[in-house]
Design a protein around this ligand. Structure first.
Ligand code: ADP
Length: 210
């Protein structure tokens, strides 16, 4: 009988906006990791025909649903910002659905050596830390975050700052890290080299026992 593959190492990948988190996720996928992108899952659940849309319409009314049947994210964000009960209700609908879908996608990686959960708000949401073996933080200075997002997305400096301020601080994020990739003052080729070194260090850990 063929032996079952060892369980994959579960990595929670996080970092502030513009830190280079998506770039690192792509590099890890290149090494053979299965990447589960929780933002993409949330977007799929709330797009036209998305599984979360009926429950969101029932909870918050037609005003949060766009004519094309997708969630009006801006409207929803305003409601959730203004009213903590609204935010809790939104989370009570979305979080279990995101969890289920995340588990389903992760099962596809059962034979992969590493499953990477790409979770922008991993530290903020708290519940992720216990679900992974290690937390990988991609880190850089705020100035670098701003420069990258302005270049990548054409946002204003103030818009990037507002997102950074709404996220957990760099120090709080680093406190949760088992691994840190400093992605500052280096080009993408050097970042790739740092990811290679990290990948080797994970291999040296051996298979997780749970
Ligand atoms: P995040 O997912 O954390 O928001 P991204 O991975 O999208 O960040 O990176 C933000 C932008 O910065 C992208 O355009 C990416 O190509 C670029 N970038 C990331 N790391 C580097 C680097 N070391 N050198 C140059 N550009 C980088």
């Amino acid at each position: 009988m063929p032996l079952a593959p060892p369980p994959p190492l579960r990595i929670g990948l996080t970092g502030g906006i513009g830190s280079g988190k998506s770039t690192v996720a792509r590099l890890l996928a290149g090494h053979g990791a299965l990447v589960v992108d929780t933002d993409a899952i949330a977007r799929r659940l709330t797009q036209p025909g998305g599984a979360a849309v009926p429950a969101l319409r029932t909870a918050f009314g037609d005003s949060v649903i766009r004519p094309d049947g997708s969630l009006d994210r801006q409207q929803m964000r305003q409601l959730a910002f203004a009213d903590v009960l609204c935010r809790r209700r939104l989370e009570a609908i979305l979080h279990p659905m995101i969890s289920d879908e995340t588990q389903r996608e992760a099962l596809a990686g059962i034979a992969a050596p590493v499953v990477v959960f790409d979770v922008p708000l991993l530290v903020e949401s708290g519940r992720w830390v216990d679900l992974v073996h290690r937390v990988l933080v991609v880190d850089c200075s705020e100035d670098t975050q701003i420069a990258r997002v302005v270049r990548r997305s054409g946002w204003t400096v103030d818009a990037v700052r507002a997102v950074i301020e709404a996220q957990v601080s760099r120090e709080q994020r680093l406190l949760k890290a088992n691994d840190v990739l400093l992605n500052d003052g280096i080009d993408e080729a050097e970042l790739a080299q740092r990811v290679d070194v990290l990948w080797q260090s994970w291999k040296a850990l051996g298979a997780p026992t749970v």
